[in-house]
Design a protein around this ligand. Structure first.
Ligand code: TRP
Length: 326
């Protein structure tokens, strides 16, 4: 069962990314799990070329520090394999303007931009190439990627219909909803770096004081009992999700334990648990970025493993599409 997922090289990671996505990947990792830092996708929006490589390295280091083990899975950087671009071109010959025009992410990201790159439009085709290049069975990504995974399936099926059974049609697997972490200052919105204020977003690399301050100033709800109730107590419910995420204990047990302890005590417990959980991640991260040669070697090894899977798939696709063997 091949699993493939990708993450943008933002160079940062917050508790929402970590508990909602990355920790699921950590739990799913095995020999056939492939994780990719999608630096080519990051170029589709205006970006700073002087920072991209550094952000890519930091994102890879964060993934490893968060628990992806380069010996147990395949972790690599997208641009290290030109096969992604090659397959993307071939799939662009199967995808249609009409279906790409329907992608809401393209509309959202393009809105208000002075000029929109062609790559932002063809972004989902490169994503389809990422996935299809590995004969992927399952793609664990958030619900916001549903349309892109549907497109990937449509393109694969159309390709197979035209040229014979060539591509594996993947499935979207959505992580458990319990791991949906909300902004601490606005529990109606998903935790995000781009929120109005950074106070509601805990970064994996925030120091203990900052983490504690952010969690202690999280908005809470009326009443005084700690209970899981998304309607009446979105703030407290979010803190319970966080505590459950970092301790691995069920929300119901935690709600029972803190039911009458008062919001202040509860928040301190959440802050302490998050700080304790992040400490080893932060020290592993520091080790990794402190040894760039070792990190580069890990990524080169990841690229080798990825290539071993990608090359035969690409060769199969080229033959099916009628290209002359080189
Ligand atoms: N578009 C995805 C996102 O923004 C990132 C991505 C690129 C991806 N290629 C992928 C995710 C392939 C899963 C599989 O989150």
């Amino acid at each position: 069962m091949r699993v493939f997922s990708g993450i943008q090289p933002s160079g940062e990671m917050h508790l929402g990314n970590y508990l909602g996505a990355v920790s699921n990947w950590v739990g799913m990792q095995h020999e056939d799990a492939v994780f990719c830092v999608v630096d080519l996708h990051a170029m589709s929006m205006p970006y700073d070329a002087a920072e991209l490589a550094d952000r890519t390295v930091r994102t890879a280091a964060l993934l490893i520090a968060a628990g992806l083990d380069p010996d147990r899975c395949t972790l690599f950087v997208q641009s290290h394999l030109p096969e992604h671009c090659e397959l993307s071109w071939i799939l662009q010959c199967t995808a249609t303007m009409g279906e790409l025009n329907r992608m809401t992410q393209f509309k959202d990201k393009g809105r208000g931009q002075e000029s929109v790159s062609t790559a932002l439009f063809t972004y989902p085709v490169l994503q389809a190439a990422d996935i299809l290049l590995y004969d992927t069975d399952q793609v664990p990504v958030g619900d916001d990627q549903r349309q892109h995974i549907e497109l990937t399936r449509d393109v694969a099926q159309r390709f197979n219909g035209r040229y014979g059974d060539t591509l594996v049609v993947p499935e979207h697997v959505i992580p458990p909803t319990g791991a949906r972490i909300m902004d601490l200052q606005n529990p109606q919105a998903k935790m995000s770096k781009s929120a109005d204020t950074s106070a509601g977003c805990v970064l994996l690399l925030d120091d203990a004081r900052t983490v504690t301050k952010k969690i202690k100033s999280a908005v809470t709800d009326s009443g005084r009992e700690v209970e899981h109730d998304l309607e009446a107590k979105p703030g407290i419910s979010n803190l319970l999700s966080i505590l459950s995420g970092v301790t691995g204990r069920p929300i119901a047990d935690l709600a029972a334990e803190y039911h009458t302890s008062g919001y202040g005590t509860f928040k301190s417990a959440v802050a302490d648990a998050v700080v304790e959980h992040l400490a080893p991640i932060q020290s592993r991260y520091a080790e990794l970025v402190g040894d760039p040669a070792q990190l580069r070697a890990l990524l080169a090894h990841g690229a080798d493993k990825a290539r071993a899977v990608a090359r035969p798939v690409l060769a199969r696709v080229k033959t099916a599409a009628g290209l002359l063997a080189g």
